[in-house]
Ligand binder design. Sequence first.
Ligand code: PLP
Length: 375
Amino acid sequence: MHYLDHAATTAVLPEAAQIACRVMTEQFGNPSSVHKMGIAASGIVEKARKQVAAILNAEPSEITFTSCGTEATATAIYGACRRKGRGKHIITTMIEHSATLNTVKQLEQEGFEVTYLEPDADGHISTADLRAAVRPDTALLTCMLVNNEIGTVLPVKEFGKILKKKAPNALFHIDAVQGLARLPIKPKLWNADFISVSGHKIGAPKGIGALYIRKGVRIAPLMLGGGQERGMRPGTEATPNIAAFGEACRICMEQMDDNAAKVEALCTQLKEGIAQRFPWAVYNGKHDIPHVINVSFPGCKSEVLLRVLEMHAVYVSSGSACAKGKASHVLAAMRLEHTRIDSALRISFAPSNTSDDVEALLDALEEGTKRLKRE
Ligand code: PLP
């Protein structure tokens, strides 16, 4: 099997799976229980909170566990926009994940005005456009750190500066789901008030995420209940997933430099192979990080090409996994021609990939593109 779809999800790291299994079968107390098993479970959650805080360069008290990146994002966006006395204007980009886009669309229906910043043909969002968009009544800027379809990095440091200078009361949310463990996360330098992350993109199980909430920022929770996570996210804590997420963060942090070098080498190998064997292929976006490469094979519909690759046990994607095969809103926002959007593949690496995976992909692509071009 050659799995090259890590922007969709990753395998759970063995160490993270082991911890989750132990917490499920042995240390399964409820962190709210006051007996020994409850206290032990609470200790497991707090240890994981420290590990997540460490990779986010944050204080443990600034971390709230959620069920996923989508929930973290919704908590931040609704929380920021429903504050008393805030303005009625939101800024986001046209290339956000649906977790953000659908949440701001909902707020638009509730009376908020939303400015959607447009990417250029390379998938970059300009700081000049942001500067022009910020207004005194801007309540929130919400944007991603790394785009999940094309791997572009947004200039969040400059965005934070511009926002806070022009609208000091506005809050800044960053969706760092695809940036976690790939890039250093710097909440203070970026002037971030909220940062969303998700476990299943870095070797933790599905069903765990976290929201960084800057110390001093007060927002209402999405739900009310038993007061867990300091009232920000009620519901009995998913202790196995939380423990596994903490462990995955610890491992990724320790291996960040080595992992970056491994992925860079795989990306170079892929690009050299594409240049040699498919000189007619076209890259979409500038993939500022080597983990996510988006490339079109004009004349070969990606949905069909995916099936041919699958027959060779090579797994890539035609875009965001959440888009379920719909035409990419990211590539459309970049105003690419239909034939390019229609034939785009997203290849996304993890450090566990090998050069054999890249060779298998190139071989399968050769067969697939030859066959589809003949048809
Ligand atoms: N944001 C981005 C950029 C993503 O890529 C994803 C998942 O693909 C999400 C948010 C949602 O994360 P989750 O699947 O944990 O809800």
